[in-house]
Design a protein around this ligand. Sequence first.
Ligand code: XUL
Ligand code: CO
Length: 436
Amino acid sequence: MTEYFAGVKTIKYEGPDSKNPLAFKHYNPKKKVLGKTMAEHLRFAVCYWHSMKGGGGDPFGVATRIMPWNEGSDEMEIAENTMRANFEFIEKLGVDYWCFHDRDISPEGKTLSESNARLDRIVKLARKLQSDKGIKLLWGTANLFSNPRYMSGASTNPDPHVFAYACAQVKKAMEATKELKGEGYVFWGGREGYDTLLNTDMGRELDHLAQFLHLAVDYKKTIRFGGQFYIEPKPKEPTTHQYDSDAAACHAFLQKYKLDKHLKLNIEANHATLAGHTFQHELQYAADNGILGSIDANRGDLLLGWDTDQFPTNLYDTTLAMYVLLKSGGFTTGGLNFDAKVRRQSIDPVDLFHAHIGGMDAFARGLNSAAKLVSSKAIDKHVKKRYAGWDKDLGKQIESGKMTLAKLEQIVLAKGEPKPQSGRQELLENILNDYI
Ligand code: XUL
Ligand code: CO
């Protein structure tokens, strides 16, 4: 059997003083943090589309990263070799999970039947490799955006024939995910959005998107697929205005169409910043509304305005993300999927290891710092103090719904002006720095 990452041995934890670039300095999978191991907290996943299939092509040039698994006598043999390389990589990296789109793992055929038969063949191999190596599937999904048939959307396409095609593809992708014992299934609205309202019936398209998701929920019950459904917000790219634009827009959509019991959110860091939010904001919104499901771990580049999908290295972001996650109880079915790609000039297979090791160490450090912040209540106690008025008479009476505008007017007439209080932002920023 070909070894695709010859020269790289299993990546081990060597501690912060190690100078070995192919070792973890902070991610120690067995280390206990607040009662769970790091591996249980972080639930890392490798994403197939960027890590195995990404060639580094951009709008100005073709692929630069020609990987040894891109060879074979035909496209199906290449697909099988790629799957073998995937599991060799994940095993050496010491990660427990992976994620895929149907068309990443198996190339589309000339007809739907041929595409389905091809997918069956690759899923069979993936299932064997999963069990041989003890690796699990975090989530699967369908690519409803690359094929030109989806240029005007999948479930939001003006043509019901395309809607039907998208449904057929999701049916099969869900079956494949079930076959691989996936713990979740993601809906990212690839081209579900619009470029101009001059040609778009937005209300009708949103109704169709909801109908599509209801059909998926029904089919999930039919085949008894027990994985969690997620919807992944993103505000723009490829369309000018994506319907699932941010966590709050997704939440409103899910509630309007009575889908909120069936889907949680898969929050991606770079999508959050494209939406004009911080990663922490999107996670906190989801946590506060009980819909924080899973995370696509990456980062953007504020100097570029698009979804650069870089590996996460910013310790403020990882600390604050883990802070929200720990306070909300942590992952159940979800995990940290590296929806991230190495740069166009990172053309060696070993660059994939450097990228993932860096991302995993960044999140391990984030977890360590966040756990200390949670335990010490260093930030919590300031927040509690800031809202203390709500635990006393006036606040309690308002919160319990016992007040009227007239009664509140009487109180203000009697008490006069409220006393201003400092928000202490700089102090809190200094405290955060002490923990990072
Ligand atoms: C696109 C994106 C997708 C989803 C899965 O920006 O993030 O890869 O994560 O379809
Ligand atoms: Co993503």
